[in-house]
Design a protein around this ligand. Sequence first.
Ligand code: C2E
Ligand code: CA
Ligand code: CA
Length: 496
Amino acid sequence: MTQTMYLFCVTILAIFLGVMLIAAGVYCWRQKRYLQQLTHILERQIQTISPVDFGSIPQVFTPLITALINLQKSIPFNVERDKLTGLSNRVGFKRKILSRMPIQHGMILLIDIKQFRFVNDLFGFVFGDALLKAFSQRVNSLSRKAQFVARMNGNEFLLFFPEVIDHEQLLVIKDELQQPFEIEQQPISVTVQLGALTLTEHHADVSIMLRRLDLALKKAKSDQKGIAYYDKDDDKKQYRELLIINSLPKGLKQDQLFMVYQPKLDIKSGKCVEVEALIRWHHEGLGEISPDEFIPLAEHTGMISLISGWVLEKVISQQAKWREQGIYVKVAVNLSSDDLHGKPIVADISNLLTRYLVPAECLMIEITESALMASYEQVINTIEQLQMLGVKVAIDDFGTGHSSLAYLRHLPVNEVKIDKAFLQGFQQEKQAQSIVKMTIVLAKELGFDVTVEGVETLSTLQILAEFGADRIQGEYFSKPCDATEFAQVYPKLSQG
Ligand code: C2E
Ligand code: CA
Ligand code: CA
């Protein structure tokens, strides 16, 4: 190869590497390893050309390498810092904590700003960012006691204390963090939740440490005071949850899961015209698992659509069998909010109804009020499509999601189901009765049918009938029963 060709090749290589340098500069703020690899490639390139003397040409690489090395040096600061708040981020936290290992004493707190999402939704991201900055400064001011602080992600902050903080002190910290802020001349308060991990034993693994903190924070979120400590039993609980989730596909395939049906009583006619399909799981190792345990787990892990698809097929095929026996009952199926957006659920339901020759009017979908509120915009569109198909829709657990009936009045739903929680103390307390009465009156006024669930006694039924409820569901009328049992009792239940 002639010297001119080498000159040409080396120049092209230099230009190429220059471009790579700029791209790497941008990309490598996050990807330090990529930058290291690039530097090595560059060095190797020089080693391959240097045996041949091309005058000063290879020197063109020198400023490039220097620039890359400088860039690489500047990165540890950036990859370990959170851009918005300037605090350490997860990477920074990990390095700092590792440098202190083994830690025998101390406490780590994971702090979460409750429902921060609503701040962004209501006031916009600029306001949300300003609040996060102000909050991070306040967290940082606690570092006089803490050795370091970090922003782990979104609205989660972490503090490491070299000594154990007692409960009283934690309450003070919580209180300090909850003092009102002033953002863009607006006063705003936040509620924080606090998960604590006491480092009394040798904690050598950072990822285990973080997982335990997550568990503590998860507990804090359902704790009234918003403070919870990691406990050894939490690991057992997590193990059980993992086992449940991992065995779900096999459980569905092997029919360890099955459906039961709870009749609803139509108060006026005294007949059963509708049933609710409820799932059950007899786990091969764990025995009976309540849907109250495995449904939320499936929702959190994105596996709920697996259950819902299975349930819909079981229920609609069961309806076809009942129809052959002359049982033309409407069946209500519980779906989660995840089922109702971004997925072809309406087409799936339509296909199943066609395949099993079941009229759409014989299917009702129950969706909880809180699920509806969590993703209102996306869900509403699917509800409209279901209505167009002829499928009925009910708002489940009504009254537990803190939304007003007035807000729900535009929803294309047919029925409101009042949660059984509202019947607690119903017999004795006039106030409990007034709440149910008002809800029924308002719901009827807005054009919804009303079902009250969890009715266990005749006297409750009588009061609800007086208040104007349309249907009741509960053990007074019937417990959930399997498909065969239901077929046997149906003639009696449907006589009125
Ligand atoms: P839910 O939709 O509110 O269902 C009513 C729950 O109340 C059922 O509990 C039912 O067995 C119970 N119940 C009925 N009558 C009475 C009564 O008189 N007294 C009392 N104390 N309880 C009564 P279950 O079957 O344990 O279901 C719990 C929750 O699990 C359901 O609450 C529903 O949210 C969810 N779930 C059940 N099956 C499915 C399903 O197939 N898919 C989905 N996504 N969720 C389901
Ligand atoms: Ca339900
Ligand atoms: Ca309920």
